[in-house]
Structures are given as structure tokens and as C-alpha cells.
Design a protein. Structure first.
Length: 372
């Protein structure tokens, strides 16, 4: 037993001594000499700095909408009758066509009765006019002869003296005349005409149903004049202005010309962008449809002097990297204009090599070489 314990003790002692000797040798091992001439070279994408005339352009995604969306409502009550075009969703129409006619025979008969009574009123007043105002009789007689119970009232003759006004008012000629005019205005509300070339977007009533006052019959959209709503970041608005030409590229490959009609004076809280509105006239060859998305290409009419660099090449809004004597150096420049994916800059040295890519964890003085 004692022999066994002695063997274990000897073995442990040998292990401890071996570990201590190894640690001492590692600690005192001389370090290999470093190669002070060996450095890591970074290869970067560069472009020669040069000033040129640049016409700013940028492309944004926009949504097509109709220039006018109108709710067709009934201002009178009655049965809905057929117009010049079917009252159906998706049905197209031309400006001036009858969209809806509301039954108006009772109103028509009432107007005829009012005009007939007015003729009677005028016939009783004409003899007195002839005696008291012979100089004015001719015009009132002509007015009387122009009245037709089946058509709108003629224009009322001009009243040239205070006495004539008193006479006409005392005979109730003015009151009855304007009562008829008011009813004629109401009568026109029974026929609803198309205010523009367009189509029915939604239809809420059918022919044969009864319309009540202020009831929404349908919604109309204009199709010959469209707008494209283009969201643009506020910092990219400086060079976009009213009247600027815009090319609208559709998904089918066709293109349509438009122009900026207005720029919103506020930021959309959801997208944090400003809406630019592009007006475009539809043609037979290329019909933009409400709801579709197009690529809006904006091109400035005037040029700017500077150099175009990618957005990722700009540091801290006002600096760039340049390659000088085999090293990366930092330069401060002026930003002339901000575009969608590029900046136009000035204030650099002509001919120097500008780094046109994003560099990470790079400091001035870093050895570098241009990519071939």
C-alpha cells in the first residue's frame, strides 16, 4: 500500500515539474522579428474629378389618379329614367351627354301653367302701359310676344325710370317673373349632364328606382385629363418646380409626356414625403388608367456645374474620400444638389481621384490603390 502511494506521488511530481518547465520555456521564447515593411493595401473604386454641365434628373414611382372625381347626386326627387348612356359601372360617356333624367312631367306642366298665368297678367297690364308709358310700350309688347309656355322665359326688358319701376312692381310683373325663373332653374335639375369625358366609377342606383333629394346616384371620374401623384423627399425638391417636363413610363413599355402642375406645400405624415402632381392629357395611343403605377422621370430644363457622385460616396453630408499619393485622404466639398441616388458636388481639385464607393472602418492615411 505504501509502495502504491509512493508511485502516485512520484507521478504527480513529474507532471507538475513538466508543466512548470513548459510554462517557463514558452514565456521566455524570443518573439520572431516583425516585417516592418509589410502593410495592407486597400483597393478602392475611384473616378477622376472633373467639372461638367449636368442636367439634374431623377426617377420616382407615382400613382395615376383622375384629375376630377365627382359625385353625381339628385337635387330633386322622382323616378330615374334612361339617359344617353347606360347607368352602369365602367360605362364611358362624353361631355354634354345626358347621364340621368328624372321624371319631370309634373314639373313641366306646372311651369306651363305659371307661364300661361303670366301671359294673362301681362295682357292686363299692356293697355295701361300704352296709355301711361307710350315710349316704353313697344319693348313690353315685344316681351309679351316672345313668351312661349313651352320654352324658358325671355329676358326681362330693362326698366329705365323710377315711375316705370313702380308701375311694373305694382302690377306684380317682377315678382311673378322671378318666381317662374326660379322654377325653371329647378326644372333644369331634372336632367343631369356629363361635366367632362369620363366613366362611371361606382353606381348606387338603377334606372327605374326613385331618387330622393341629395341622394348619391353614382361617382364619375374624368378620363381625358389625369394626374400622377409622385412622393418626393423634401431634400430633393429644390430643383423640381411647376411646369417641369416629366416622362411617365408604364409597365407595358410605353411612355407619356406630362408636366408638373403643382407641388404640395406640406409633408405627408405617413410617408414623410412631399407630393408632386404631374398633369397629363390622355390620348388614344396611350391611355393612363386610374390606380396604375408609373415611373416618373424628372429632367431639369437648366444645367448645374459640378460632378455627379453616388450618394454613398458622401461622408457626413459634406465630405468625400480622395486617393492621394497612395493614401486615403478626406476632403470637404460643397453639395450643389441632392438627387434620388446621386449628389452634385463642387469644391474639389480638378483631376484628383475621388472615391466613389462607400468605405467602412477607414481612416485618413490608409494605404490604398485604385481598382483597375
Amino acid at each position: 500500500m505504501k509502495r502504491k502511494i509512493l508511485n502516485i506521488s512520484i507521478t504527480l511530481s513529474i507532471i507538475v515539474v513538466a508543466v512548470l518547465v513548459s510554462a517557463f520555456m514558452i514565456k521566455n521564447k524570443p518573439e520572431p522579428p516583425r516585417d516592418m515593411n509589410k502593410h495592407e493595401v486597400l483597393y478602392v473604386k475611384t473616378a477622376p474629378a472633373t467639372t461638367s454641365e449636368i442636367y439634374p434628373e431623377a426617377s420616382y414611382r407615382g400613382r395615376v389618379t383622375s384629375l376630377e372625381n365627382v359625385v353625381l347626386s339628385a337635387e330633386v326627387s322622382g323616378k330615374i329614367l334612361t339617359g344617353d348612356v347606360p347607368l352602369k359601372e365602367g360605362q364611358s360617356f362624353r361631355k354634354g351627354e345626358v347621364l340621368v333624367h328624372i321624371y319631370s312631367e309634373n314639373m313641366k306642366a306646372s311651369l306651363q301653367s305659371m307661364r300661361s298665368n303670366y301671359l294673362q297678367l301681362m295682357s292686363s297690364a299692356l293697355p295701361d302701359l300704352k296709355i301711361d308709358y307710350p315710349d316704353q310700350y313697344e319693348k313690353w309688347s315685344g316681351f309679351f310676344n316672345d313668351i312661349d309656355i313651352n320654352v324658358m322665359m325671355p329676358e326681362l326688358p330693362s326698366i329705365e325710370s323710377e315711375k316705370e319701376r313702380v308701375f311694373v312692381a305694382s302690377k306684380n310683373i317682377l315678382t311673378q317673373y322671378y318666381s317662374i325663373i326660379q322654377q325653371e332653374v329647378n326644372f333644369r335639375k331634372y336632367t343631369l349632364y356629363a361635366p367632362f369625358n369620363g366613366t362611371y366609377k361606382t353606381v348606387n342606383s338603377e334606372v327605374g328606382s326613385v331618387a330622393s333629394m341629395n341622394m348619391q346616384i353614382a361617382t364619375l371620374i374624368r378620363t381625358d385629363q389625369m394626374e400622377v401623384i409622385v412622393p418626393v423627399l423634401p431634400e430633393e425638391l429644390d430643383w423640381i418646380n411647376k411646369g417641369m417636363n416629366v416622362e411617365l413610363n408604364r409597365n407595358n413599355g410605353s411612355a407619356v409626356k406630362g408636366s408638373v402642375s403643382r407641388v404640395a406645400g406640406f409633408i405627408d405624415p405617413g410617408s414623410q414625403s412631399v407630393n408632386v402632381y404631374v398633369s397629363v392629357r390622355n390620348s388614344r395611343s396611350s391611355q393612363l388608367l386610374e390606380g396604375e403605377y408609373v415611373e416618373a422621370q424628372f429632367t431639369s430644363k437648366g444645367s448645374l456645374a459640378g460632378m455627379l457622385i453616388p450618394r454613398e460616396a458622401l461622408l457626413n453630408e459634406s465630405c468625400i474620400y480622395v486617393l492621394e499619393n497612395g493614401k486615403i485622404e478626406e476632403r470637404r466639398v460643397n453639395v450643389v444638389e441632392r438627387l434620388e441616388d446621386f449628389y452634385i458636388i463642387e469644391g474639389f481639385k480638378e483631376g484628383e481621384s475621388i472615391v466613389v464607393e462607400s468605405l467602412v472602418d477607414v481612416k485618413p492615411g490608409q494605404l490604398a490603390a485604385p481598382l483597375s
